[in-house]
Write a protein that binds this ligand. Structure first.
Ligand code: PLP
Length: 365
């Protein structure tokens, strides 16, 4: 540390010079996060010093976390769902697998997970000492339910399905998977970290939620398509007993037990997440999601007119293509199979898509 502190002016001049080195969102086509909605920013600033890890000190903020869980539970057809705000999809997935392992009580537990799963499941399996069984995908890039059923045995504590895959934006056949899980009595976790704030607002989208009796838990990230500030994830659970299986005693806090992974937890971004939902309502979310999907389709059409074919027709706003040359300053990403991957988040509006297409057209002419 410095012996003597900096003046506020020099400090902020240094900090903001570093901020200038970050990529401007105007050119970010690779991220599943976005510029937060103004009401999320306002709520975040108002709740900056709140700590959900000690809810007895912040009962008002804690009630807003409960309201967020209730709103999302209702959106997913289980108003009484329980759950809590996590730091994002990684924590939600770790906690879901932890619950499943706890409930199954097997000596050498395994989990059955699609090849397309986010790498957070590798972390979860590593931390929790779970054998990870990887299910191949069908030709449409969705998890093969027949192969999944064959991989389940008496030591399987959890099966996972993805509603909106990170790389190709596909929804697994959650209905079929939920049926298999229900029939075999296996815990079924749906990772809807991305799709959970997209699919409910699209007409004719595949069903992935608690309306399917086999679904045990759902991960959804308001800090992705929910336009909250970071960090804001939510883990929703059908049955409160599952969540209680994670409880530990917390003798020095205002509550005597907690089931969360982190102790100290920000209220700011959690209230930010709720603020966006309350402000936009279903109607507002439908408009935003419709815009993102329209831009995704336009991007796919535009790229194909340049002879750059799509790799998949996605269920959510993630577009993938055969490799192409990308001029600076655009920031794109690449899938493990080598496809170009672009995410049409709310900051990637129609004008951004057109200017990206123009640059790609010139670069690949
Ligand atoms: N699950 C899915 C489907 C994701 O796309 C991601 C991140 O992109 C995660 C989980 C992990 O989320 P986080 O980075 O918020 O921990």
């Amino acid at each position: 540390m410095r012996e003597c502190g900096l003046s506020e002016e020099s400090l902020f001049s240094f900090l903001l010079s570093k901020r200038q080195e970050d990529v401007d969102h105007a050119h970010i086509m690779s991220s599943m996060c976005t510029v937060p909605h103004p009401v999320a920013v306002r709520a975040h600033l108002e709740f900056m010093e709140t700590n959900l890890g000690d809810p007895g000190l912040f009962p008002g903020t804690a009630s807003l976390e409960r309201l967020l869980v209730e709103r999302l539970g209702t959106l997913y057809h289980l108003p009484g769902a329980c759950g809590y705000a996590t730091s994002g999809g990684t924590e939600s997935n770790i906690q879901a697998l932890r619950m499943a392992r706890q409930l199954a009580g097997r000596e050498r537990p395994n989990v059955v997970i699609p090849e397309s799963a986010h790498f957070s499941f590798q972390k979860a399996c590593d931390i929790l000492c779970l054998e990870m069984r990887t299910v191949p995908l069908c030709s449409d890039l969705r998890m093969d339910p027949v192969a999944a059923a064959e991989m389940i045995d008496r030591n399987t504590c959890c099966m996972v399905g993805i509603a909106g895959t990170t790389e190709y934006g596909m929804a697994d056949p959650i209905r079929d998977l939920a049926k298999i899980a229900g029939d075999l009595g296996v815990y079924f976790h749906v990772d809807a970290a991305f799709g959970g704030m997209v699919l409910p607002f699209l007409d004719g989208a595949p069903v992935f939620d608690f309306s399917l009796p086999g679904v045990s838990s759902i991960a959804v990230d308001p800090h992705k398509m929910g336009m909250s500030t970071i960090p804001a994830g939510v883990l929703l659970v059908r049955d409160s007993e599952s969540l209680c299986s994670l409880s530990v005693d917390t003798p020095y806090l205002t509550v005597k037990q907690e089931f969360t992974l982190s102790g100290t937890r920000p209220g700011a971004s959690v209230v930010g997440a709720l603020a966006v939902l309350e402000y936009l309502g279903v109607e507002g979310m439908r408009d935003i999601v419709a815009g993102c999907m329209k831009n995704t389709r336009r991007l796919i059409d535009g790229m194909e007119t340049y002879g750059i074919p799509r790799a998949a027709t996605p269920d959510v706003n993630v577009a993938t293509f055969a490799p192409a040359r990308i001029p600076p300053p655009w920031k794109v990403s690449w899938t493990r199979k080598g496809h170009l991957r672009l995410v049409c988040m709310p900051h990637v509006h129609a004008g951004v898509v057109e200017s990206f297409l123009k640059d790609i057209g010139e670069e690949n002419a």
